[in-house]
Design a protein around this ligand. Structure first.
Ligand code: MLT
Length: 304
C-alpha cells in the first residue's frame, strides 16, 4: 500500500488515478511515500524522511524546496501546460478589462443613486468618462514562450494584434505550437520598447525577479498595460505605481492581491485565479497523480 498525503484540496479526478486497493490518500497520514500539493508553502514544512516524491498540481514549483529535496533524492513532479488554457483566458480577460476600463465603470454603476432621470444623466457622464480602445492593431509583447505564453501569443494574434515574443530558452515543442505570425524580439528591452501590452510568462528565478522595473517601464510606449499572471515579484510594484501615477502606464493587471497595490484605481488584481477553473484543476491533478503513480509503482520519471 502506498501512502499519499494531500496538502491542499486536490481534484477528485486526480485522486481517482490512485486506486484505493493500492493507495491510502489523506491529508493527515503518517510516513507518507508521496505528497500531492497545490499552493501550500512547503519551504516551511518538515518533510518526512519517508517521502520519495512530491507532485505539484500546477506549473510553478517555487513553493517547494526543490534543490534541497533533490539532494535527498526526492523526485518533484509538476504539471506543465495542464492549466495553460485557464491562464490564457484570464490574461485575455485582463486585456479587455483594461482596454475598456471595465472595473472602473462597474464601480461607477454600483455607486449610482437617484431616479431614472439621474440614471440617464449618469449614462451620458459614463460614456464620456470611460472611453476605451480596441485591440486590433495594438502590440502585445509576450515574455516567456512556454505553454502559457505560446497560447497567449497565438490568441492575441487571432484578435488582430501585432505580437512580439521573447524567450531565449524556448523548447522545440513550444516553437512548433507558436503561430508563425508571432514576431521575435531581440531582447527584453527590444520587446518592451515595441509593446503597448506586455504579458509575462516566466518562472520566478533570480534572473526574472524585478524583470519589469522602472528602467524598462520608461522604454514602454505611453499608456501601456502590464499583465502579470506569473509570479508577483517578476514586476516591481513600486515602479508600476510610480508609472501609473506619472501618466506612463494606463493599467497594471495582475493575479496577486498586494497591500502595495490595494485601492489603486488603475490596478486590476485577482487573487491568484489563473489556474482556478474546474478543468485546469482536474487536468493538473490527473497529470501529477499519473506521474506519482508511474514513479512509485515503476520507478519511471516522467514530467508531462
Ligand atoms: C501554477 O503555478 O500553475 C499556479 O500557481 C497554479 C495554482 O494556482 O495552483
Amino acid at each position: 500500500m502506498f501512502k499519499v498525503q494531500t496538502l491542499n484540496n486536490i481534484s477528485v479526478h486526480g485522486l481517482e488515478r490512485l486506486p484505493r486497493e493500492r493507495y491510502e490518500v489523506a491529508s493527515e497520514i503518517s510516513s507518507p511515500d508521496a505528497v500531492l500539493v497545490r499552493s501550500a508553502d512547503m519551504h516551511k514544512l518538515d518533510i518526512p524522511a519517508s517521502v520519495k516524491a512530491i507532485g505539484r498540481a500546477g506549473a510553478g514549483t517555487n513553493n517547494i524546496p526543490v534543490a534541497a529535496l533533490s539532494k535527498r533524492g526526492v523526485a518533484v513532479f509538476n504539471a506543465p501546460g495542464a492549466n495553460s488554457n485557464a491562464v490564457k483566458e484570464l490574461v485575455l480577460a485582463g486585456m479587455f478589462l483594461a482596454a475598456r476600463n471595465i472595473p472602473q465603470s462597474l464601480d461607477f454603476v454600483k455607486k449610482l443613486e437617484g431616479d431614472d432621470k439621474a440614471m440617464h444623466v449618469a449614462v451620458e457622464d459614463g460614456k464620456k468618462k470611460f472611453v476605451g480602445f480596441e485591440l486590433p492593431g495594438r502590440t502585445l509583447g509576450v515574455i516567456g514562450l512556454g505553454a502559457i505564453g505560446v497560447k497567449v501569443a497565438n490568441a492575441a494574434l487571432e484578435l488582430g494584434m501585432t505580437v512580439y515574443g521573447y524567450d531565449p530558452a524556448m523548447t522545440v515543442q513550444n516553437a512548433w505550437q507558436l503561430n508563425s505570425g508571432v514576431r521575435q524580439a531581440l531582447s527584453v528591452d527590444d520587446l518592451v520598447s515595441k509593446s503597448q501590452f506586455i504579458s509575462v510568462h516566466v518562472p520566478l528565478l533570480d534572473a526574472t525577479r524585478g524583470l519589469i522595473n522602472a528602467e524598462r517601464l520608461k522604454l514602454m510606449p505611453k499608456k501601456g498595460v502590464i499583465l502579470n499572471f506569473a509570479r508577483e515579484a517578476i514586476v516591481d510594484e513600486k515602479a508600476v505605481i510610480e508609472s501609473l501615477d506619472a501618466g506612463g502606464l494606463h493599467a497594471y493587471v495582475c493575479d496577486f492581491p498586494s497591500n502595495a497595490l490595494k485601492g489603486h484605481p488603475r490596478v486590476i488584481a485577482t487573487p491568484h485565479l489563473g489556474a482556478s477553473t474546474g478543468e485546469a484543476e482536474d487536468n493538473c491533478a490527473v497529470m501529477v497523480a499519473d506521474q506519482l503513480r508511474e514513479f512509485l509503482e515503476l520507478g519511471n520519471v516522467r514530467n508531462s
